[in-house]
Design a protein around this ligand. Structure first.
Ligand code: SF4
Ligand code: SF4
Ligand code: FES
Length: 423
C-alpha cells in the first residue's frame, strides 16, 4: 500500500497517498477543483486550460499537474483564486463563438457547466467574434472550431485502432486550431468516434446522427452541481422595507420576446406583480417615452441597430437599476451569429440571394426613417453600464421574479442551480 502523507487544503488537514494527483486527492476529500482539460487517464496531465489554478505552497500553479507530497499546502477557494478561475472561463466564452441556445452540447457541456459552477453571468472581456470554420468535410463528424477551447484532449486521446492520430494542432497563438486527418477519421470505429465526442469538453466535435441522443431538460449538467455550495451560496437577507409599490420599465431590443414570455410564466405570482409594481413602460403598454423615473429597468435583447442603442440609453437615464435579462442582452445571444460575417454579406444573403428572393425584384431596404444597422450585434453592457445580469434563453421565470423582488425590496431569495441557465 502507498505511503500516506499529510496535506493541507484551505487550512484543513487531510491524509492522501503520496504521489497522487492533487485533483484526485482533493476530490477524495470532498474538495472540488474546477477543471476543463484534466482527464484522469491522460498521463501526464495536459495542463492546458489553467482553470484548476490554485496556490500551491504559496505559488500560483495548476493543480492537475501537481503530485501530493508531505506537508503540501494548497489554497483552492480564496476570493482571488475564485475570481481568477472565473476570469479564465469568461475568456474562453469571449474567445470562441459560444451560442449555447443553438449548441447541440448545451446542458451536457463541461465549459457551460464550469460557467454554472463559477457563477459566470456575463463576461468582463469583449467577445472577439473570430470568423472560424465549421468543417463538414470529415465523414463521421462535424468539427465546430467556434467552440473549441484548445484543451488538447482530442489530440492526445483519440487514435485509430492501429494507433494513428486523428487530430493535431495547427498554427499558433490565437490562430491555433485543431486539424483533422480526414483519412484516419474515416477509419475510426463507431465507438472510437463516439469517444472523440465524449472526450471533447465542449460541443466542438459532433458525431453525425447522434448529437441529440440525450433529451433536452434531462442532460448531465441541467440539474446537478458538482460542488453544491461553491461560490453559489444563496444570499439571504431579511425583508428590509415594506412592500411599497415600485415603478418598473421593460423593453425588448434585438431578441425574440422570449424573456417577456418568461415573465408571464411567473404564473399566479403575476397577481403579486400587479399588486406590487406599476409598469411605466413595456411592450404591452407601448408608451413611447418615459414620463416618470423608474426603480428598475428590465432589458431584453442586445443592440443590432441605432434604434436599440437610443432606447437602451434612454433606459439607463431613467432607471435607478438596470438589469440585462436573457442571453441576447447579456452576451449578444443568437443574434450575434451574424457577428462573424461582414454586414454587407449578411444583407446580400438576406435580401438579394435568399432562396425566397424573386429574380430582378430584390433590394436591400434603405430609407432615412429606418434604424441604421450596426456593424455587429452588441451586448447591452458594451453600450451602457448594466447593474445586474440574468442569463438564460429565456431565463427561468422564478429566477427573474426572485431577482427582481430581491433588488426592489430586499426580499429573502435563493437561486436554485436548475434556474441558472445559458440556454
Ligand atoms: S454548450 Fe458549450 S460548446 Fe456549446 S456553445 Fe455553450 S459553452 Fe460552447
Ligand atoms: S476539439 Fe474539443 S477536445 Fe479537441 S482541443 Fe478542441 S475543445 Fe479540446
Ligand atoms: S485542469 Fe489543470 S490545466 Fe486544465
Amino acid at each position: 500500500m502507498s505511503k500516506m502523507i499529510n496535506i493541507t487544503i484551505d487550512g484543513k488537514s487531510f491524509q492522501a497517498e503520496e504521489g497522487k494527483n492533487l485533483m484526485l486527492a482533493a476530490k477524495e476529500n470532498g474538495i472540488f477543483i474546477p477543471s476543463l482539460c484534466y482527464y484522469e487517464h491522460i498521463e501526464p496531465p495536459l495542463g492546458t486550460c489553467r482553470v484548476c489554478t490554485c496556490k500551491i505552497n504559496g505559488k500560483f500553479g495548476p493543480a492537475c499537474t501537481e503530485k501530493v507530497s508531505e506537508g503540501l499546502s494548497v489554497a483552492v477557494n480564496t476570493p482571488e483564486l475564485m475570481d481568477t478561475r472565473k476570469a479564465l472561463v469568461e475568456m474562453m466564452f469571449a474567445e470562441g463563438n459560444h451560442i449555447c441556445p443553438a449548441c447541440e452540447k448545451s446542458g451536457n457541456c463541461d465549459l457551460q457547466h464550469m460557467g454554472y459552477e463559477l457563477g459566470v453571468s456575463s463576461t468582463r472581456f469583449q467577445h472577439l467574434f473570430k470568423d472560424r470554420l465549421i468543417d463538414f468535410k470529415p465523414s463521421r463528424m462535424v468539427m465546430e472550431h467556434n467552440r473549441c477551447i484548445k484543451c488538447m484532449r482530442c489530440v492526445v486521446d483519440v487514435t485509430t485502432t492501429d494507433g494513428k492520430k486523428v487530430f493535431t494542432y495547427q498554427n499558433r497563438g490565437n490562430e491555433t486550431f485543431v486539424g483533422i486527418d480526414y483519412e484516419q477519421e474515416a477509419r475510426l470505429t463507431d465507438e472510437q468516434a463516439l469517444n472523440a465526442m465524449k472526450v471533447c469538453p465542449t460541443g466542438a466535435i459532433i458525431i453525425r446522427g447522434v448529437n441529440q441522443s440525450e433529451p433536452f431538460g434531462d442532460r448531465k449538467f441541467d440539474l446537478e452541481s458538482t460542488q453544491k455550495d461553491y461560490n453559489k451560496k444563496p444570499v439571504l437577507t431579511k425583508r428590509l422595507v415594506a412592500m411599497e409599490k415600485k415603478m418598473v420599465a421593460t423593453v425588448s431590443l434585438a431578441g425574440c420576446f422570449g424573456c417577456h414570455m418568461s415573465l408571464l410564466d411567473i404564473d399566479t405570482e403575476l397577481l403579486d406583480v400587479i399588486e406590487l409594481v406599476s409598469f411605466a413602460k413595456s411592450p404591452l403598454t407601448d408608451f413611447k417615452n418615459f414620463t416618470t423615473r423608474c426603480h428598475i429597468g428590465l432589458i431584453e435583447g442586445g443592440c443590432c441597430n441605432s434604434d436599440n442603442v437610443e432606447t437602451l440609453r434612454l433606459f439607463r437615464e431613467h432607471c435607478d437599476i438596470l438589469v440585462a435579462l436573457g442571453e441576447c442582452s447579456v452576451w449578444g445571444g443568437l443574434p450575434t451569429m451574424r457577428n462573424a460575417i461582414p454586414l454587407g454579406e449578411c444583407l446580400e444573403e438576406a435580401y438579394l440571394n435568399s432562396v425566397t428572393s424573386e429574380a430582378g425584384n430584390t433590394i436591400v431596404p434603405y430609407h432615412e426613417d429606418l434604424p441604421k444597422m450596426l456593424d455587429r450585434v452588441y451586448a447591452c453592457n458594451e453600450i451602457v453600464k448594466i447593474d445586474y445580469y440574468i442569463p438564460g434563453c429565456p431565463p427561468d421565470a422564478n429566477h427573474i421574479w426572485k431577482a427582481v423582488k430581491n433588488l426592489l425590496w430586499g426580499e429573502e431569495y435563493s437561486i436554485l442551480y436548475s434556474e441558472f441557465k445559458y440556454d
